[in-house]
Design a protein around this ligand. Structure first.
Ligand code: FMN
Length: 206
């Protein structure tokens, strides 16, 4: 597919058919993600692809439990429907044919070798290039999913249960769980979100 068409066709897909994703397509998605730019070319990532539905169910249960433990403002009914919405947007991955978990490990930046600043201070100073790196990898997966005939959704909401999820995924130091992407064949056409007009978002300084 033409790149511009892929970009224009992308929309978050949250409902999937039961059709499995071909293993070679899963590998291709991760191969392309690994081509994304990364701070200092550190490539501090690992992609764990989960297609085991028992595990996905356990992961979704862990997320639901964490949502249940949130310190909600006590407004009974309003809160119940609000929380069940949040829960759905955080757990629908359990019905996805595949979930890619992005893990990242700390990188040592070139700057940190020559200045008396900690890794965290440099991260803050530079607006978190570690998270920017994660974004580049995820967007590459999202666009590649469309290109290969699938739909996908970036999912950071489940990270509320990060520790339990890291245990279930057997994430080992120095890696940490950063985010998920749920993938599959779209069930129906995804709702298209309105996007701002170009004139609203552009400023050219010549
Ligand atoms: C960093 C990030 C995290 C997101 N996390 C979730 C999530 O946990 N659950 C979800 O349903 N959508 C999630 N989304 C998808 C957004 O809701 C979606 O991109 C937005 O509503 C715009 O819709 P579109 O992707 O169809 O253009 C996330 C998007 C981003 C960029």
């Amino acid at each position: 597919m033409e790149l511009v068409q892929t970009i224009e066709n992308r929309a978050s897909v949250r409902s999937f058919t039961a059709e499995k994703i071909k293993p070679e397509d899963l590998k291709e998605l991760v191969r392309r993600a690994g081509l994304a730019p990364s701070i200092n070319n550190s490539q501090p990532w690992k992609f764990v692809v989960v297609t085991n539905h028992e595990l996905l169910k356990k992961m979704a249960e862990a997320v639901s439990e964490s949502i249940g433990n949130l310190p909600v403002i006590d407004k009974e009914d309003a809160n119940r429907s609000f929380l069940s919405r949040i829960e759905w947007y955080s757990t629908f991955f359990e019905d996805a044919p595949a979930l890619i978990a992005l893990l990242m490990k700390p990188y040592v930046s070139v700057l940190e070798k020559g200045v008396e600043l900690s890794h965290d201070e440099i991260e803050r100073m530079r607006n978190h290039p570690d998270m920017q790196t994660a974004g580049a990898a995820v967007q590459t997966i999202l666009l590649s999913a469309i290109d290969l005939g699938y739909g996908a959704c970036w999912m950071s909401a489940p990270m509320i249960a990060k520790q339990a999820l890291e245990k279930l995924l057997k994430v080992e130091d120095p890696f940490k769980l950063v985010t998920f992407v749920a993938i599959g064949k779209p069930f129906g056409a995804p709702a298209r979100k309105a996007k701002k007009a170009l004139s609203e978002i552009i400023e050219i300084i010549d």
